[in-house]
Write a protein that binds this ligand. Sequence first.
Ligand SMILES: [Cu+2]
Length: 400
Amino acid sequence: MVLPLVRITPSGSGRRTLLRALTGGGALAALTLPGAPQAAASGRGGALDPFAADSFRSSGKTREYWVQADSFAHNAAPSGSDGMTGMRFTDAQTTFQAVGFRAYTRDWGRPLDADAGPGGIGPNSGIPGPVIRGEVGDVIKVHFKNNDTFYKWPHSMHPHGVRYDPDNDGGWMADDPKRPGTAVPFGATYTYVWRCTSGSVGSWPYHDHAAPQSVAHTTATDTGTGTGSGSATGSGTESGTGMRMEAAGHGGGGAGPVMEIGAELGLFGMIAVTDERTPKVDREFVLFFHDVSAADAPSLAQDMSLCNGGAFVDNAPTFTARAGERVRWRVSTLGNSFHTFHIHGHRWRTADGWVDTQLVGPATTLTVEYREDNPGDWIYHCHLPGHMMRGMAGRYRVTR
Ligand SMILES: [Cu+2]
């Protein structure tokens, strides 16, 4: 017997009801109207032809970014406490060896200054990486350098949302390990070219998608990635990773290799693509919900649920706005969990009505826009209690 997946209710089709229950509405629009959540959040929308060409018409503008994967020790809770629950932590319990993307001046000269403005790269602290921006018609050129001096693993940059060919995908495959740009060795470089089409408008993650690795088994000798200092910029001629895979699973001193372990350790960021219809805003916040598991990063005392690399209130970023300002959040998640984005004291409009909590799953995104009208000291958080207890909450401060 086949059980019905959904119950038909008077208020709409079963599928619609189920999806609304699951997602608060966002996925319904995504299912039927590709790209609609962003469009709806921007007050646009309307019927879209799913067979229309996703054409790229060049504006003649090329935006160049110089991005480096840097390794650094990262304390997710430097305040030593959680402003919400009162729990306390030592530095040793909340510190792990991270890898993050940072934007640099030309030829990876020096790190760019933070720019928290609505068109800026953000804090450029590594987790998340710089906001990579484009307008429809732009070509985005990212000159990437792997400076992972700690793990010396291969890394890559894999984008969502923009248009690219296989040599600019950054996604490693065991049966084609030498495909350009998919496993850039430590010390080497690669240039990715991505195009912003009309279908690219919105918020999208980018992240490391190179070969799986295991923190637990990593030593200077067992990664086998070499330290090629050659610069394979352009067409990419970097060598294969030469990695040694261990059987997945536990025992023998640690976890097995993890796909996208680089992204788990911090190698991700946001792509923001706009067009002439994208509303101008006074504030733009980029927020990633993400997880680091103690099984994958054994220096951690517990699994941690992070906001932009920070865990717990006053360690997760404090976002600020003033009453009257137009505010946009670009929210995404990476990791093994679904999360819900909730802001106290605030609601925003979606294709399905007003919400104050919205589901967001791995690598999916929300673009949330509203006019700020509620001054106060608020919190934003994932509404899963277990995730809140592991750090997924931060402050949102609105002044008059
Ligand atoms: Cu969550």
